[in-house]
Design a protein around this ligand. Structure first.
Ligand code: KIV
Ligand code: ZN
Length: 388
């Protein structure tokens, strides 16, 4: 099995569906160019039949972007596929992503159909899309809640019909990591012809498991991961690109799987998406949150100052953040204050540092965090006192 994971970014499709996150075409092109620079393999640019704006965005992104494959979403409906193919006409590498619900709920309560008819519709859609493009991805919507045996029948049929990638979405974010991994393994072990296609993960974060499920799927043989920047997406969001990529990078010795992502662009891409979509990143968000590389307790600060690796598993430079920060709060120790004083150009003797540290604690109890000008003021006050 290949040791290369393809990164399929759906920030501009699943991510952009979030209320309040809509972008205009110019903004979408800016994000698409940033994704290209980041090194994603596939950009899902939109759902062309859903609106004229989405159609136009897929057209313009196809023109603007050179290296990644441009993907357009459809339902398993001929008209959707016709419109998607039209929107992709300028793509250097175009992919149609078509699919249908496969869970009991979707088959009976959404599509008012039956399992055999769903397979027929799936096969028909894939064959129809193949008339336009070689690269056809099929999604089995709500695969997370689809019984494995039936899912294997669907996957086998669509691969036989020509699907190059088969997406196994945990649409409702319902599965546990071990279940999702078992599902992927079941497909790899039981679907005839499975090696003619790439199996893809597409996890939602309703139970906070999207990254864990995705990684479990990869360990069990999936070689494409569908992700968004900052994990934005429907409800609790999609799997976040930065979490999956940095998990693979940090644990390469154990997992042995690599991506094409230029990780040094992660932080700036995260900021761009957050700003354009008006969607703040939670401070404790893994990899890109404000506190992801900030140390505030005295014990941790002392440890980091002795050796960064005592408390950091990722060098912030690897994700495009210049350095980790030592935040001065009432929990900070002398080592952190000494470090900040040195950064600001102050060398204090041990006695002077002790004195300034006491004043620092009094101030820190009153303020949430201590800024550089507060530190400078503490030293000035101390010097004034000395002169008296
Ligand atoms: O979550 C999902 O099932 C999807 C599909 C349309 C791929 O977004
Ligand atoms: Zn989705």
């Amino acid at each position: 099995m290949s040791d290369r994971l393809y990164i399929f970014d759906t920030t501009l499709r699943d991510g952009e569906q979030v209320p309040g996150c809509q972008l205009n075409t110019v903004e979408k092109i800016e994000v698409a160019r940033a994704l290209e620079e980041l090194g994603v393999d596939v950009i899902e640019a939109g759902f062309p039949i859903s609106s004229p704006g989405d159609f136009k965005s897929v057209v313009e992104i196809s023109k603007a972007v050179t290296w990644p494959t441009i993907c357009a979403l459809t339902r398993a409906v001929e008209k959707d596929i016709d419109v998607a193919a039209d929107a992709l006409k300028y793509a250097k590498k175009g992919r149609i992503h078509t699919g249908i619900g496969t869970s009991f709920y979707h088959i009976h309560h959404k599509l008012n159909s039956n399992p055999d008819e769903i397979i027929e519709r799936a096969v028909r859609a894939v064959k129809y899309a193949k008339k336009y493009v070689e690269d056809v991805e099929f999604y089995a919507e709500d695969a997370g809640r689809t019984e494995n045996e039936y899912l294997a029948r669907v996957v086998e049929a669509v691969i036989k019909a020509g699907a190059t990638v088969v997406n196994i979405p945990d649409t409702t974010g319902y599965t546990m990591p071990y279940e999702f991994g078992e599902k992927i393994k079941y497909l790899i072990d039981n679907v005839k012809g499975v090696h003619n296609a790439i199996i893809s993960t597409h996890c939602h974060n309703d139970l906070g498991m999207a990254t864990a499920n995705t990684v479990s799927g990869i360990i069990n043989g999936a070689r494409q991961a569908e992700v968004t920047i900052n994990g934005i997406g429907e409800r609790a969001g999609n799997t976040s690109l930065e979490e999956v990529v940095m998990t693979l990078k940090s644990r390469y010795k154990v997992l042995g799987i690599d991506t094409n992502i230029n990780t040094k662009n992660i932080y700036k891409t995260s900021r761009l998406v957050s700003n354009l979509m008006n969607m703040p990143v939670q401070p404790n968000k893994a990899i890109v949150g404000r506190n992801a590389f900030a140390h505030s307790s005295g014990i941790h600060q002392d440890g980091v100052l002795k050796n960064r690796e005592n408390y950091e598993i990722i060098d912030p430079v690897e994700v495009g953040i210049n350095e980790s920060s030592i935040v001065l709060t009432a929990r900070s120790g002398r080592a952190a204050l000494k470090h900040r004083l040195e950064v600001l150009g102050y060398e204090l003797t041990k006695e002077k540092l002790d004195d300034v540290y006491q004043k620092f604690l009094e101030l820190a109890d009153k303020k949430k965090d201590i800024r550089d000008d507060d530190v400078a003021m503490l030293v000035d006050d101390h010097r004034k006192k000395e002169r008296q």
